[in-house]
Design a protein around this ligand. Structure first.
Ligand SMILES: Cc1cc2nc3c(=O)[nH]c(=O)nc-3n(C[C@H](O)[C@H](O)[C@H](O)COP(=O)(O)O)c2cc1C
Length: 228
């Protein structure tokens, strides 16, 4: 069973890596007739410290040095994911109907903490290093254990389903993507590297992190220092 899951994981990671530019299906019957593509103005120059620079520089890097991140770095990453940025509890990432289904954990060498969003604070959750166990749950992606911090996004679908019924699962996944990209761009801006990891066994991650039963693990974001 495990080796089957592992093969699926390796296949998934491989497909994610190589299928980025697969051609789309032909346009629908009402689409505008084809014309030569019109060139766009060049993207804005990537000034140091700009959003454009972070977008351009972000890369998935899996060769990491196992070194702890500072509290300031971890705090900044978590704020980027779900920090309060506006009135009435509005957060750094958009949320369908402001239903806010996401929760955020951080696994480090020191243990696992939970991001207390309203207070911008960490509460203790588990007091030992679970990064290797997360790597195993991620179908044996061993490099995850070298990430100074593994940010984990979970979702409580019921919060969004109360308003959006059967659209909720889609919305929660989309929202996790928004939060994850914020974290990855923020990591880049902090001269850190990270990878979005979707290939994992849900139940294994749930057990490794002792998640509440209503929280579904959605995304692992190992963030750390590049080895070169
Ligand atoms: C939904 C999703 C799941 C992914 N899962 C994994 C994963 O499990 N392991 C991994 O190493 N990379 C994973 N990736 C990262 C992709 O392999 C990577 O983004 C892709 O190769 C493009 O490279 P870049 O991120 O450097 O632009 C995932 C990316 C996405 C969007």
């Amino acid at each position: 069973m495990r080796s089957g899951a592992g093969r699926v994981g390796v296949l998934l990671v491989g497909l994610l890596a190589v299928t980025a530019c697969a051609p789309g299906a032909p346009p629908g019957p009402d689409a505008t007739p084809s014309a030569p593509p019109r060139p766009l103005p060049d993207p804005m120059p990537t000034e140091p410290g700009s959003l454009e620079e972070a977008i351009a520089e972000r890369r998935s890097v899996r060769e990491l040095v196992d070194r702890p991140l500072s509290d300031a770095q971890i705090g900044q990453l978590l704020w980027s994911a779900q920090g309060i940025t506006g009135s009435r509890g509005r957060r750094a990432a958009p949320s369908a109907g402001a239903t806010y289904p996401l929760e955020v954990y951080v696994a480090t060498a020191a243990g696992v903490t939970r991001y207390e969003i309203a207070d911008h604070a960490l509460s203790d959750h588990l007091d030992d290093d679970r990064r290797s166990a997360l790597a195993a749950a991620a179908l044996g992606q061993e490099w995850i254990a070298d990430a100074g911090a593994v940010v984990v996004l979970t979702g409580v679908v019921e919060r969004t389903a109360d308003r959006y019924d059967d659209r909720a699962e889609r919305y929660v996944l989309l929202e996790a993507g928004h939060a994850a990209q914020n974290v990855l761009l923020q990591a880049t801006a902090l001269d850190l590297v990270g990878v979005p990891v979707g290939a994992f066994d849900d139940e294994d991650v749930r057990q490794v992190l002792a998640l509440p039963t209503d929280e579904q693990p959605l995304y692992l974001l190992p963030i750390g220092f590049p080895s070169d």
